[in-house]
Structures are given as C-alpha cells and as structure tokens.
Design a protein. Structure first.
Length: 116
C-alpha cells in the first residue's frame, strides 16, 4: 500500500525532470507541462507545475481554461492550434490580454454547438 502512495510523487518528480529537459531543447516552444493531480479525488484533473515565461502567441491560441481550485497553483492554461498547453499566471498582464483576445474571437462552446 505504501508503494501505491509513493507512485504519484514519483510520477511528479519524473515529470518535473522531463519538463526541464524539454524546455532546454525547445526554447521557443509555447508548451508547458500540465500534469494530472496526484490525489485520488482529483483523478482526471490537470494542474500546472510552473508558469510559462515567454511571449504568448495570441494568433496561435484557440481556447483557454482555468485549472481546478484544488490544484496547488492557480493557473490559466492557454491552448494553441497545435494542442500545446501554456500554463500561465492569471495575474500576468499578458495572460489577461490573451484571455480577453480569446473571449472576443471565439464563440462559447454552448453557442457553437447550436445549429444556426
């Protein structure tokens, strides 16, 4: 039973080390690492380990969402055309600008699903 409790921690440490390696090889990439929450009640939820520090490509963004409240770090995840996730600080001015841009250029999902 103890080894099962350590599994999420081991996965988190592995993910963090892979993220650093990935970030070094792709300096100009917009992606960041979004990991599944480690607690049993949060299976299927995603949380951010750290915020992306770089220019946010407004023209390449297609949607955004906020991470769940029970994640250790409050974050907004911006998703690009290529499906990359950008973990962002919701207090950052550029992130607020990106969210506003997406709100002005995309339709809410419930409206997009309705026939015209």
């Amino acid at each position: 039973m103890t080894s099962l409790k350590r599994l999420p921690l081991a996965a988190l440490l592995l993910a963090a080390s892979l993220q650093d390696t990935h970030a070094d090889t792709r300096r100009h990439s917009c992606s960041c690492f979004v990991f599944p929450a480690a607690r049993g009640a949060n299976v299927g939820r995603e949380c951010c380990l750290q915020y992306f520090k770089g220019a946010i490509p407004l023209r390449k963004l297609v949607r955004w969402y906020r991470t769940p409240e029970d994640c250790p770090r409050d974050a907004i995840v911006l998703v690009t055309l290529h499906g990359r996730s950008i973990c962002s600080d919701p207090k950052d001015v550029q992130v607020k600008k990106a969210v506003k841009h997406l709100q002005n250029t995309t339709k809410p999902r419930y409206l997009a699903a309705q026939p015209s």
